[in-house]
Design a protein around this ligand. Sequence first.
Ligand code: LLP
Length: 463
Amino acid sequence: MSRSAHPAGPRHADVWPEGHYSAPPADVNALDPKVWAQTVTRTDTGEVSVGGIGVATLAEEFGTPAYFVDETDFRARARAWRTAFGHDADVFYAGKAFLSRAIVRWLHEEGLNLDVCSGGELTTALSAGMPADRIAFHGNNKSTDEITQAIEAGVGRIVLDSFQEIVRVAHIAQSLGTRQRVQIRVTVGVEAHTHEFIATAHEDQKFGIALADGQAAEAVRRALTLDGLELIGIHSHIGSQIFDMAGFEVAARRVVALLAAVRDEHGVELPEIDLGGGLGIAYTSDDDPREPHEIAKALGEIVTRECEAAKLRTPRISVEPGRAIVGPTAFTLYEVGTIKPLEGLRTYVSVDGGMSDNIRTALYDAEYSVALVSRTSDAEPMLVRVVGKHCESGDIVVKDAFLPSDLAPGDLIAVPATGAYCRSMASNYNHALRPPVVAVRDGEARVIVRRETEEDLLRLDVG
Ligand code: LLP
């Protein structure tokens, strides 16, 4: 079911249907391992630690709000994807979820490739030593400069998103005296079971070329005639935060049918298909994500079966998980500032960040969990809404959750599963300073993206 983001404009307290939030948890101090990074644990004192370092120490050293990434967990997840897909497939981490040079190095070391979708992401990837041939370049409106930058760098593939781009990339490659490896992104007509703003494979949207009406077949026809292009495969991305494999199954079937049609028409078997990203993670205990090995097995079986039926050689598969790798590995640490109880309704807990460090709740009605992490508490759970410090009532971080009723200003609370699309979508709204990203591992913490300063703001404002 898709929902619209703002049923009542700026959020009103009464738009939620009765009972849409779950009952109070049995233990408000418990940390569900589904939503918290691998090394997050509550120590004997009741304080939460990550990578062996307590949150009070982290808050003191790095301030709040701040994102803490569990490096051990990130590497384990990246490795799990790599291992699950094996040597006959490629895993491209989707940098849009969160990208920094440390992340690029971890990915490189763990044997993953990288999907970038802007000149900025490409520059970050290259500057951290990701080999260009392991980078895929995406985007529905790449600029001429970006295309030139990507081809000159020698990226492994550019994913063509429109008829104009087929000609544009071919022309630029040819003028640079090269042939660029490309895939064509098709929209397979699947509407993934997710929020309408992030479902991308149905046809009424800006991305890709429709399989319908022979458009994708026409795109292949054109790409095959252009000297500047080496067409290596077909790409499909059906949406985000998807739990149900059925959408991928339909997508794979339709992409393989296109490969068969291309073989029949041109006598060419395209060697690769990319099934995109979009695999869901647990934001709350109610979510049940699939493990990478289950996903790899399911996708591999679908493609093999369809190719056997069409008498095609099985193409090399690639996938582009972003959220599923980085999402669960980080949490945002906030300090509680003010608390406003509304009798019989809920308690508003204001923290020192908000929609500038996590826009997903306001934008997609995203659900999050939250926990008191600087101590435990025996107090009764209370229904809270965690809100930020920005000047609008839609500035919500966690819509409905339970925290202990003795919560007080100065307590530290943390929101798990904020590794994906939080720092990468952070803004300077109200001239907020974007928080740092700190990597924690084996008792050591280091800043990988520093906190913005007022000087940074003034440097951009040239007066
Ligand atoms: N590949 C392509 C071509 C994509 O467009 C995306 C995401 C991915 C891979 C990675 O998807 P993931 O595995 O991370 O779901 N800001 C939204 C998500 C937008 C996703 C855009 N494309 C959110 O916060 O939910």
